[in-house]
Design a protein around this ligand. Structure first.
Ligand SMILES: *Cc1c(COP(=O)(O)O)cnc(C)c1O
Length: 368
């Protein structure tokens, strides 16, 4: 018997996550200089990290021989103060993907199920399948979540519902009212994971009051990340806020030192640099305008997005993806999200957006 044949069938059936192509890889493949390449494929922050973050990391470097604070005391204190929750309501993760996995491992097993939407973030089916649970994918409505259909899809054995708001890769949102009404109707025995990775990019009037809902819905987990607006994707740090009992359950399956010491000090410094965060949000707002105005001019249809990325329709998506690569621009194919005619582009700095748009126009000429 081959060792690998003995792995659970739900593990061997996992289709690996397809990340955005790294700059170094394209440089190698095409013999291109890295400086010539524009990567708009992973919704990273084009502004980089705040100078205060870089200083904090430098300061913490001499301590890397020591284990990090496994309880993340300083960061949790700052988060608790910022969000008005207790420290025991916070769970830190090696990226919020780590916390998504805690939700799956703590609450699901073979014989249970998770509900999520068509075109929703690819990590939900991955973490569900990895624990041998069944994924129930609910058809999307206009590319977004359909709360009524998701409620109707809840089965006896459903333990977790995943909702991305805004969603990646569609950029769609549910209104605050729709979400609140959804939460009212979900049985209290089902955990609702509200993944708000792009929350900071929402205009104030569209930000749901999700953290305040925690006191009303003990089955709610609100998830945030430092990877996007805060610019710390490479350090891997995110967190969840939940009822203390749920947080304790999630912490049980967490590795003791899952968040490294540099990520902890970086996140703390990032929280404190509000002007930098605001600047990043403004750069994104302007960049989104630049890119979508150009789409309109080029008569390219796109899904209006509330994140730092936008998915646009292009008949021969893989052909265009390749054409852009040849021109040194990396975007993201989303065929694996059930959107074979779309590409997703992250919003970059103005000059990066311009490079992308020029390459796109050149690619369109080629395809005619
Ligand atoms: C980028 C993203 C995350 C964040 O992942 P990290 O592990 O924190 O880097 C979470 N959810 C969605 C929907 C995302 O697009």
């Amino acid at each position: 018997m081959n060792l690998c044949d003995l792995a659970p069938s739900y593990v061997s059936a996992i289709a690996p996550y397809q990340p955005g192509k790294p700059i170094s890889e394209l440089a190698r493949e095409m013999g291109m200089a890295e400086e010539h390449i524009v990567k708009l494929a992973s919704n990273e922050n084009p502004m980089g990290a705040s100078p205060r973050v870089l200083a904090a990391i430098e300061n913490a470097l001499m301590d890397i021989a020591r284990y990090p604070d496994g309880n993340g005391y300083d960061l949790k204190s700052a988060l608790a103060a910022k969000y008005g929750v207790a420290q025991d309501q916070i769970v830190l993760g090696n990226g919020s993907n780590d916390v998504l996995e805690f939700a799956a491992r703590a609450f699901m097993s073979p014989g249970t199920s998770a509900v999520y939407s068509q075109h929703a973030f690819a990590v939900y089916p991955l973490v569900t399948q990895a624990v041998g649970a069944k994924g129930i994918e609910v058809p999307a409505k206009d590319f977004g979540h359909d709360p009524q259909a998701m409620l109707a899809a809840i089965a006896q054995d459903t333990r977790v519902i995943f909702i991305a708001n805004p969603n990646n890769p569609t950029g769609t949102i549910l209104s605050s009212n729709a979400l609140a009404s959804f939460l009212e109707q979900v049985p209290s025995s089902v955990l609702v994971v509200l993944d708000e990775a792009y929350y900071e990019f929402l205009p104030e009037n569209l930000k749901p009051d999700s953290v305040n809902w925690l006191s009303k819905f003990p089955n709610l987990v609100v998830m945030r990340t430092f990877s996007k607006a805060y610019g710390l994707a490479g350090l891997r740090i995110g967190f969840a806020m939940a009822h203390p009992d749920v947080a304790a359950m999630l912490n049980r399956v967490r590795q003791p030192f899952n968040v490294n010491s540099l990520a902890q000090v970086a996140a703390l410094a990032a929280l404190q640099d509000v002007p930098f965060l605001e600047q990043c949000i403004e750069v994104n707002r302007k960049g989104m305008e630049q890119v979508t105005q150009a789409f309109n001019r080029l008569e390219i249809s796109f899904i209006p997005s509330f994140g730092n990325f936008v998915s646009f329709r292009i008949g021969n998506a893989m052909g265009m993806y390749q054409s852009l690569l040849k021109q040194g621009v990396i975007v993201r194919p989303v065929a694996n999200y059930g959107m074979p005619e779309y590409l997703r582009v992250s919003i970059g700095l103005e000059a990066e957006n311009t490079r992308f748009l020029q390459a796109l126009e050149a690619g369109m000429q080629e395809q005619i």
